[in-house]
Design a binder for this molecule. Sequence first.
Ligand code: FES
Length: 101
Amino acid sequence: MDEAIEAAELEKLPENRPHAVFPLGLPVLLVRRGAEVYALENRCAHMGCPLSGGTLDGNTLTCPCHDWRFDIRDGKFLDAPEIGLKVYHAEIRGGKVFVRI
Ligand code: FES
């Protein structure tokens, strides 16, 4: 069963910038959009580069290593949607971000 693990304080998350966290030691990427937070696996589906070093343009996150592009809303690789990143459910409670792992 999924468990909600505290991953970050909402006020410390930069707006619209990929941010790496490690709930339970797992590499997770958070992207804050106002009161909403997206949570994805912070390992590229290509060769595992940390996506927290990537660039964000709208909902598109580009990997810093070889420019694979992913949609932060569902983790899908834009050039082949059958490939994708693991996406975690994120929720905000009491000013903290919890991720269901
Ligand atoms: S590791 Fe991300 S595009 Fe190659």
